[in-house]
Design a protein around this ligand. Structure first.
Ligand code: GCU
Length: 331
């Protein structure tokens, strides 16, 4: 399918998708229900591979009675647009960054706090424990029910002109961040000029010097081809923002208990493979990046951590956020 840059075209396609969905999922004459799953990442991305795993498990569990059809690459819109389509019931499922979700369900803001998660083990202990369950459930109030978290590693800065060795090197740089207030606060507090924009617009923005750099995990840096334009990648690892699989409650509420169980279980079970795809992909991609002249920097993270502390302090002024952050810190 063609990439839809123009929102009129997108609306037309979404209407079409909605009509097809009505025909396939509600007619009662077809052999099973099909739920549409839209997301913004390319098919070579390990998160897309995790989604295909979920698709496979669901097919097996339900014996084809409940299936998902995947629309990758932002074909049906940006993360924000697709979340809105979920809310109105035009699309059933999506996978977005928890950062995009935090604009809808504010509790997810805690996942965007710099240096909150100490390492992989600390991240997953929380995401697969009480805090994670609380976050996934928190979206229902906004018609966006969470099914599982996917590994999206750690996000680090990458730049066009010079390596970043310390926060001082970020001063004044125009850096693309995700479009949510925590990401904007993170970059600004570190001294950069935060430039929020959709992921799909970034390649051109980098090429045309609209921004001097961006920040992301290795698989997204690679599969978006940003490494062709940015030759400096700095492992400052300021955030570990997970990806989240979300189903709109408009669809969820219409499923039978059995169908809900198939979906819940296939999402959760797919996480094991998704994490494995992630690890394997990084090893291959690091090698490829080196061969393509990308220079890695491993700075002392302490000054980044210290300088970005006000972002967490500010969020903790909200007692609800403070409770979750305290829970994560002490876990
Ligand atoms: C990650 C994340 C995406 C998100 C992207 C971004 O790649 O997995 O869901 O769109 O970051 O920076 O926008």
């Amino acid at each position: 399918m063609i990439l839809l840059k123009n929102s009129k075209k997108r609306i037309a396609v979404c209407t079409l998708v909605f009509l097809c969905l009505l025909l396939t999922s509600c007619s009662g004459v077809s052999d099973g229900k099909v739920l549409y799953f839209a997301h913004s990442l390319p098919t070579s991305h390990p998160v897309h591979k995790g989604i295909l795993e979920m698709q496979k498990i669901l097919n097996e569990k339900s014996d084809g009675k409940l299936r998902i059809k995947v629309f990758p690459d932002g074909q049906l819109g940006s993360e924000r647009e697709v979340l809105e389509l979920l809310q109105i019931g035009s699309i059933a499922i999506t996978k977005v960054s928890a950062s995009a979700l935090s604009n809808f369900a504010p509790e997810y803001q805690v996942t965007v706090v710099p240096y909150l998660f100490r390492d992989d083990a600390h991240l997953w202990r929380n995401l697969e424990g009480e805090v994670g369950e609380q976050l996934l459930a928190s979206g229902s109030e906004y018609l966006l029910r969470g099914l599982c978290f996917y590994d999206a590693g750690a996000r680090s800065f990458y730049t066009k002109e010079k390596p970043i060795n310390s926060p001082e090197d970020l001063t004044g740089l125009k850096l693309r961040v995700q479009n949510d207030k925590m990401s904007v606060a993170m970059a600004n507090t570190l001294g950069a000029a935060a430039t929020p924009m959709a992921f799909s617009e970034l390649y051109t923005a980098l090429q045309q010097n609209v921004v001097d750099g961006a920040e992301n995990n290795i698989p997204s840096f690679v599969t978006s081809n940003h490494f062709e334009v940015c030759k400096y990648y700095t492992f400052d690892e300021h955030t570990m923002i997970p990806d989240v699989v979300i189903i709109g409650t408009k669809f969820w509420d219409k499923l039978s208990d059995q169908e809900k169980e198939w979906l819940r279980a296939s999402a959760k079970e797919s996480v094991v493979k998704q994490k494995q795809f992630w690890k394997e992909t990084i090893v291959e991609q690091m090698k490829m990046l080196k061969e393509n002249g990308v220079q890695f920097t491993y700075p002392d993270k302490a000054p980044f951590q210290e300088k970005s502390l006000p972002v967490m302090e500010n969020l903790m002024k909200d007692p609800k956020m403070k409770t979750i952050i305290d829970k994560i810190n002490s876990n």
